[in-house]
Design a protein around this ligand. Structure first.
Ligand code: ADP
Length: 600
């Protein structure tokens, strides 16, 4: 989207440039089109006005000629002193004047003096007035048809004069004149927005629907022309002022400016048509303000449109800016979050490493502790074991001594029998030593699936010398099928030896010294129960039995049960103790059963 790319700072510049471009081009186009339309319609108006003017002028063009043919005119000129005839001709001219609708109709003698006139009874009567200075008189006296425009010397009204010579026997004896009131031409065209005007060959306005422009020129007249006009008396010797127009009037179509001092200039479309017969120019001046108004309206509409466009663009740009800002903030927040996560992760890694190290150290310490506890048990076992080893050692000595004596007496069969006994005894000693060695070695801590029976038997073997020395009777009740658990066998052996050893010690002062070891199973658990016939556990001690360093023995460490419980917990099992109903204690170990697994 283009707006996406728009920078809000550039929007005013872009919109303004676009506005200027569109306004300029559309205003130019509208101006050209409207100007063309105005020219076209004005051309028609000019044509109509021109025809109207020609029609008006032509209307009287031949009247003087007709009148000159009347014998009454000739008679009146021939007998100027005949008052009766003069009255008749005055009345005749008056009637004719009324019929044709002219301003004045009158008859001049060859001196240019009016001898009869349609206005003979009026105050401004031409009768007796001399018009020999008028060109139309001179033209007629030369035998030609004359026509002329001028301000009336008597009425000061604009008139158009038509003249024709009155001849008798080929001689000009007088002139008949019809004067037309020029203002009648303008009458029907006044009040329209456009102005119609007619200028003489010098550019002096003598017909105009704008009265204030009359008898002024469109362009500056030279002094010579001013003098000429004064001499002709056409405008009664007036000095011709110039109208404040600016433009090219010699073209058939042009744009002209009219500027009065202190006022806004007005512009007109000026169209000109030549009236060749009289050397006049018929003109129409059409105000161009209608075009100006439409351009102003167009510009106002365009301005509003572009303001709207500007507001929409600003709105879009602001929304875009907000979105960008939001995205930027989101990206920043994400970055910060990622950084924090990274920091936290590395801290966690460091923490994990530290914990691993600590755990490792803890495991090592635990191993050491287990080993220490084991060695403590071994210490407890050592007296009975050394006793157990001393007996065969003494027996071996006695068999060896006897064998020497039998050898001296050559009783070979008996020597052989003694040696066989010695071998058996050393085998027994080796077994005890191997068991001790196996028990004493450090556990690797690796758990495997094992059968519980061999572990219990090995433990039994280890405490056997102690049982014998303490005269304790131990009964093992083991099921025939392998009971499988996941455990570390040496650690498990250590636990059993510890529990059995505790039971033997507890029964030191007991009359009945029995230990029952039972292995059984429930649905998911294997259960080993060690019951003794000792004094049991004091109620006050039962809560702290498994706490480290709890002991009731003078030389005890108090670590055996707490380590045993930790080991069993690590195998997902439980170790707990309770008293039997009458006397003695029961130590129970439960471990999850392992089904259908191959023994390793
Ligand atoms: P230690 O044998 O060094 O004292 P243990 O943790 O093995 O440490 O045993 C803690 C205590 O538990 C013993 O001191 C003893 O008081 C008690 N105890 C252990 N087994 C029995 C038992 N079978 N009968 C009575 N008390 C027992």
């Amino acid at each position: 989207m283009i707006i996406n790319k728009l920078n809000s700072r550039r929007i005013p510049f872009i919109v303004f440039s676009l506005y200027c471009l569109v306004s300029l081009s559309s205003a130019t186009l509208l101006w050209k089109y409207s100007y063309q339309q105005l020219t076209h319609s004005s051309q028609k108006q000019l044509e109509l006005f021109s025809r109207h003017l020609e029609g008006k002028l032509e209307r009287f063009a031949y009247i003087p000629q007709l009148l000159s043919r009347q014998s009454l005119m000739v008679n009146a000129l021939q007998t100027p002193n005949n008052t009766a005839l003069r009255e008749i001709i005055n009345r005749h001219l008056d009637t004719t004047n009324q019929i044709i609708g002219a301003s004045d109709t009158y008859l001049l003698n060859i001196q240019g003096t009016t001898i009869a006139s349609s206005n003979w009874l009026l105050e401004r009567s031409f009768v007796g007035k001399n018009f020999s200075f008028r060109p139309y008189f001179q033209e007629a006296m030369n035998g030609k048809k004359g026509d002329y425009f001028a301000l009336g010397s008597t009425s000061s009204k604009r008139g158009y004069y038509y003249s024709f010579p009155v001849k008798y026997a080929g001689e000009v004896i007088g002139v008949v004149v019809v004067k037309m009131d020029v203002s009648s031409i303008e009458k029907d065209w006044i009040g329209k927005p456009q102005h119609f005007l007619v200028t003489d060959p010098n550019g002096v306005v003598f017909i105009s629907t704008q009265e204030t422009w009359l008898f002024q020129s469109l362009s500056v007249l030279s002094e010579a022309i001013q003098d000429e006009i004064k001499q002709e008396w056409r405008y009664l010797g007036k000095h011709i002022e110039v109208l404040p127009f600016d433009g090219k009037f010699d073209q058939s179509s042009s744009l002209i400016r009219f500027s009065l001092d202190g006022k806004f200039p007005r512009y007109y479309l000026a169209l000109t048509k030549k009236y060749v017969k009289a050397g006049w120019n018929i003109r129409i001046f059409v105000p161009t303000k209608s075009i100006t108004y439409s351009i102003v309206i167009l510009l106002i509409l365009l301005t509003l449109l572009f303001i709207l466009l500007y507001l929409i663009l600003i709105l879009f740009a602001q929304r875009q800016m907000r979105n960008d800002e939001k995205e930027r903030l989101q990206a920043k927040a994400k970055q910060q979050l990622e950084f924090q996560v990274m920091q936290r992760t590395s801290a966690l890694h460091a923490e994990i490493n530290e914990r691993h190290k600590t755990e490792l150290a803890l495991k090592n310490i635990q191993k050491e502790l287990i080993q220490a506890a084991k060695l403590a048990v071994l210490g407890q076992l050592s007296a009975s074991i050394s006793h157990e080893l001393n007996n065969p050692l003494a027996a071996i000595r006695s068999y060896a001594d006897n064998a020497l004596i039998f050898l001296e007496r050559s009783k070979i069969a008996k020597v052989s029998s003694n040696l066989i006994r010695i071998t058996l005894l050393t085998d027994r000693m080796a077994t005890i030593s191997a068991q001790l060695k196996a028990f004493a070695r450090k556990s690797d801590g690796v758990m495997t699936v094992i059968a519980l029976q061999p572990v219990l038997l090995a433990s039994f073997e280890l405490v056997k010398p102690q049982l014998k020395a303490s005269k304790v009777k131990l009964v093992l009740k083991l099921p025939s099928n392998n009971i499988l658990v996941k455990a570390e066998p040496i650690q498990l052996e250590q636990i059993f030896v510890n529990i059995l050893s505790n039971a033997i010690q507890a029964m030191h002062d007991s009359d009945i010294k029995n230990i029952d070891v039972t292995l059984s199973t429930s649905q998911y658990q294997a259960l080993v129960e060690v019951c003794d016939t000792g004094p049991g556990i004091a109620e006050s001690d039962i809560g702290q039995l498994f706490e480290p360093f709890f002991t009731t023995k003078e030389t005890g460490l108090g670590l055996g049960l707490s380590i045993s419980q930790q080991i069993i917990n690590s195998m997902n099992g439980h170790l707990w103790a309770k008293n039997k109903e009458n006397f003695g204690a029961i130590f129970s170990i439960s471990l999850p059963l392992q089904q259908n697994q191959e023994l390793k």
